[in-house]
Design a binder for this molecule. Structure first.
Ligand code: CA
Ligand code: CA
Ligand code: CA
Length: 442
């Protein structure tokens, strides 16, 4: 992870792009849990604050936060017992550890002897164990060189060296920028489980030559690593770019090469926000709701409103295509009306009486979905809900409505209320209150 001459690299890649050999056979995919993950270059020694912040996040997102440990560009000379205690706490919380191993001495432009590289791997595995439990979950091979390919045999031998210690361990390679597809797989064999093809300033993303061949592989093979992103908004933008570039591993920091020359010896101020944002990528876990009059499938969903009349609770959720509604109470098998302000705008739609101004654009009366016509009590039928979309019994009303019928999309905010039997009191939210707000799951 040193300064790189990206312009030279880009020229090389462009010249050699036509020479890339595409592998025909592939090894079975390395088994990582689904979802995007973080790899932190944790080059801050035993710093108490940083390890405690990382450990807290590892506890929030078990199995999703990896840290690269690094003692002077390798394992150092012996076990650092303080570092080992940090590592044990981090792993006990749910974190994973990658060991830093260098492969190429950039200043002198020489490869490290394969025996030296393998000795570093051995030392990490031997020195960082707690009792008989290895604290190493994989290796981070830095300075994969030449960036544009040519050392496939060398890197394949380093890959299998780790796999022979533990086939479950992860091998991450770092050419640090645009590189050769042969460093991902060569003749059907893996050289890396994960490869870092972006390690530079955040400001370079907008003009970065993202490599189209990455789309040939699963997102969990690629690691995106910008630094010098000073705000959380820039971090989120970098994350969005990583997702669209087919990257499944991410880290971003506000530290830079300016000053101490090392962007990886601190954690960014937005570290917790970054872990949360990474965890949220593509993981919208929609609840599995079946409209059948049984509310057991709603047990994990919080009530949007509760009351003390015959209407006890209202719950709302959705998946990619359906809006689901649940009412629980007593004597419910009578006329029922859901009013929905689907555009979150009280100046459009019908103003259902008895609540604060509400602008209801749609209404579900019994099993019929209506759209408001624009003035007073005037409605057009949109759809009749089927028996698998609307079930009403004395204690439960459960409904599922295709969201496309109401011109709403997942992720948007809607507001709603429910009335039983045209009552001025049997309703949620309670009489006089404003509609409940629900942001649909994205
Ligand atoms: Ca620094
Ligand atoms: Ca159900
Ligand atoms: Ca409205």
């Amino acid at each position: 992870m040193k300064k790189r001459f990206m312009s030279i690299l880009i020229v090389f890649v462009m010249l050699l792009a036509a020479l890339v050999i595409f592998p025909l056979n592939r090894e079975p995919a390395y088994a990582v849990s689904p979802g995007m993950k973080v790899i932190v270059p944790a080059y801050f020694g035993t710093n108490t604050d940083y390890w405690s912040i990382m450990t807290a996040q590892a506890g929030l997102y078990p199995g999703k936060i990896y840290a690269v440990i690094n003692v002077n560009s390798g394992p150092g000379t012996e076990t650092d017992s303080v570092l080992l205690s940090r590592i044990v706490a981090f792993r006990n919380a749910g974190g994973k550890i990658l060991a830093y191993v260098n492969t190429f001495d950039y200043p002198t432009q020489t490869f490290l002897p394969v025996s030296t590289v393998k000795q570093d791997v051995d030392d990490w595995y031997e020195w960082y164990a707690s009792g008989s439990v290895s604290q190493i979950d994989g290796v981070f091979y830095d300075q994969m060189y030449p960036w544009n390919g040519g050392q496939e045999t060398f890197y394949r031998s380093l890959y299998t060296y780790v796999k022979n210690k533990d086939a479950k361990d992860l091998v991450v390679g770092n050419p640090g920028g645009s590189t050769s597809e042969t460093y991902v797989e060569y003749n059907g064999n893996r050289l890396t489980d994960v490869i870092c093809t972006f390690e530079t300033e955040y400001g370079q993303i907008s003009t970065w030559p993202f490599q189209s061949w990455q789309a040939n592989y699963s997102y969990d093979r690629f690691y995106f690593l910008p630094h010098t992103a000073s705000t959380a908004a820039q971090m989120q933008d970098a994350l969005n770019q990583a997702v669209s570039g087919n990257y499944g591993w991410f880290y971003c920091t506000d530290d830079s090469i300016e000053g101490d020359g090392n962007p990886w010896d601190t954690l960014p101020a937005y570290f917790a926000e970054m872990c949360s944002a990474v965890n949220a990528v593509g993981t919208s876990a929609y609840p599995a709701i079946t409209v059948n009059g049984n509310a057991d499938d709603w047990a994990s969903i919080s009530s949007l409103a509760t009351g003390s009349t015959t209407i006890k609770t209202m719950k709302v959720t959705n998946d990619a295509t359906m809006l689901y509604l649940l009412i629980e109470g007593s004597d419910l098998n009578v006329t029922s009306n859901f009013y929905l302000d689907t555009d979150n705008n009280i100046s459009t739609g019908y103003n259902a009486s008895g609540w604060g101004a509400n602008g209801s654009d749609y209404m579900i009366e019994n099993d019929i979905l209506y759209r408001h016509n624009g003035s007073g009590w005037s409605w057009t039928q949109v759809a009749a809900l089927s028996s698998s979309q609307f079930v009403r019994q004395n204690t439960v009303i459960e409904a599922g409505v295709p969201i496309s019928l109401m011109n709403v999309t997942a992720g948007s905010l809607i507001r709603l209320g429910f009335i039983k039997n045209n009552s001025s009191t049997d309703r949620l939210p309670a009489a006089g209150e404003v509609f409940c707000s629900q942001t649909l799951l994205p």
